[in-house]
Design a protein around this ligand. Structure first.
Ligand code: B12
Ligand code: SF4
Ligand code: SF4
Length: 431
């Protein structure tokens, strides 16, 4: 006797429709009830037989599962069907990259522990505190079997016209929130199909070696700049992980490599890429401007140039981020509405910003991570590097600030205005 089939409901919030899936043992979607509510006022009821679909494999009239060929998945066994369904659903949610890896200790766990032991993590103590979890994803979710790994493109169509630089990933809304929301939708839709499945979403929020899992899931390979590179798309994508207590079909790890190239190592202005695949975060502008709470060591201030928040230099020089006739997807602008660049204040406006204005202006933005104090500290350094005398009064207001870091950085910035040599090259050459 086959097990009794049951009807369950899935709410696919992406397009505000709801569907009922029938799940038999080993097969999904024998028949689908689909309610299409194009507007809340005029819901439309539709009933579709899977047999009808099987006769027309390319006519898939399911706006609620746009692009998910249920007719195809219905023919497969459940592991393959669910894996395919998850991937198509993730793509429908806007993830350009999706792959699945086993939830096993990551292959570079030893390199990670060595990196910590060398002190390369600087003040990021949380990496050390959670190291035992980072090297064992199964410890984050009891019974975890699979890691669904997604990649979201954040490349902007063009860089904002500002007198400072912000890393591309931080130009729009905070990607942590965007990815989390999408993965929550994926998890709840999946739980509607398979109610017993447990999941845990990790977007920096849970300790996971995201790049290692992404590499295993086939999303990309490690570049010498330590970024994960996808050969057709480049490296301008952020990563999210959904751990699941579900056995899925696993992808093969990504293959690729830099060859003899070392452009990123030579371009890094602070020498943070101490060797291929080795980043000393204590020297990295991204760490200095975002993670470090105290004063930025003086030796790194001039090399920071215009970088106010984060740094993209080792990705900008990377040939994999340059579109080619045969690789048109590289650095292609993101289509995610929430990652489109927000309007940004000028450097002078930032230097005049109160803590309250900062909180309002950067609500829902990754820039909030550096906090008001960190952003002002960074802005003082950029102002010093810019050597623009009109900024003098704005710098001077921090000479007597309560915060010793701001006082000290302001004094340094003023000293830069007195320098007789010209400003660094990036302020002289139009970018
Ligand atoms: C801490 C951290 C940082 C630190 C340290 C960066 C670093 N390289 O580790 C700082 C603040 C500097 C930073 C900067 C940036 N970060 Co960050 N960061 C993280 C975080 C939270 C942990 C990374 C980590 O564990 N580092 C520890 C070291 C040891 O790991 P690793 O450098 O990746 O080293 C591995 C490889 O080198 C490899 N390896 C070692 N030896 C060898 C040898 C060979 C031959 C090979 C192939 C590999 C290999 O093994 C190591 C262990 O996994 C992750 C999110 C997460 N939870 O994973 C995001 C993450 C790595 N960051 C990300 C981003 C976008 C950035 C920035 C681009 C932001 C910016 N523009 O300012 C820069 C990039 C700087 C750079 N060149 O890496 C993305 C990367 C996306 C991608 N496509 O790669 C992540 C995954 C966040 C996310 N959710 O998307 N970051
Ligand atoms: S992000 Fe900037 S400072 Fe950090 S390694 Fe890359 S080029 Fe160097
Ligand atoms: S710039 Fe060259 S060496 Fe660096 S990551 Fe890109 S391909 Fe690899």
């Amino acid at each position: 006797m086959p097990p009794a089939a049951k009807w369950i409901t899935c709410y696919t919030a992406i397009v505000a429709h709801s569907c009922n899936f029938r799940v038999d043992d080993g097969r999904i979607c024998a028949r689908i009830l689909c309610r299409i509510s194009r507007s809340a006022a005029q819901p439309v009821q539709k009933q579709l037989e899977i047999g009808h679909l099987l006769n027309k494999p390319h006519a898939i009239p399911f706006p609620c599962l746009r692009g998910v060929p249920l007719c195809e998945t219905a023919r497969m066994n459940s592991t393959a069907a669910l894996t395919r369904w998850i991937k198509l659903y993730a793509q429908a949610l806007g993830f350009e990259l999706v792959g699945v890896a086993p939830a096993q200790p990551p292959p570079h766990a030893d390199s990670f522990l060595l990196w910590l032991a060398q002190g390369y993590g600087g003040t990021m103590d949380y990496l050390e505190r959670t190291a035992h979890l980072r090297i064992n994803p199964a410890a984050l979710l009891e019974g975890a079997r699979s890691a669904v790994v997604v990649g979201l493109n954040y490349a902007p169509a063009e860089l904002p016209d500002t007198d400072y630089r912000i890393a591309r990933y931080a130009l729009g809304d905070d990607y942590h929130l965007v990815i989390r929301e999408k993965l929550e939708m994926l998890l709840s839709a999946l739980q509607a199909l398979v109610p017993e499945v447990q999941g845990r979403i990790c977007v920096d929020s849970a300790p996971v070696l995201e790049r290692d899992l992404a590499m295993l899931a086939g999303l990309g390979w490690y570049g010498k700049n330590t970024c994960l590179i996808n050969t057709p798309r480049g490296s301008y994508f952020v990563i999210g992980v959904l751990l699941l207590t579900l056995e899925l079909e696993y992808d093969t790890p990504a293959q690729g490599g830099c060859g003899t190239c070392r452009l990123c190592l030579d371009a890094c202005p602070t020498g943070a890429l101490v060797a291929p695949y080795q980043l000393d975060a204590r020297k990295c502008i991204s760490y200095l401007t975002i993670e470090l709470r105290g004063s930025i060591p003086e030796e790194y201030r001039a090399p920071m140039g215009k970088w106010l928040f984060g740094c993209d230099i080792c990705q900008e020089v990377c040939p994999f981020n340059r579109p080619r006739a045969h690789q048109p997807l590289r650095a292609q602008p993101t289509t995610e509405p929430r990652l489109q660049p927000r309007s940004l204040p000028t450097l002078a406006e930032i230097l005049q910003m109160s803590e309250t204005e900062f909180a309002e202006r950067f609500r829902g933005s990754a820039i909030k991570r550096t906090k008001w104090r960190g952003l002002i500290r960074n802005a003082l350094i950029v102002a010093g590097n810019k050597r623009d005398p009109t900024l003098r009064p704005l710098i001077e207001q921090y000479l007597h600030h309560d915060d010793p870091v701001l006082r000290e950085t302001a004094a340094w910035a003023l000293a830069q205005l007195e320098l007789v040599e010209p400003a660094p090259a990036e302020y002289r050459v139009a970018q």
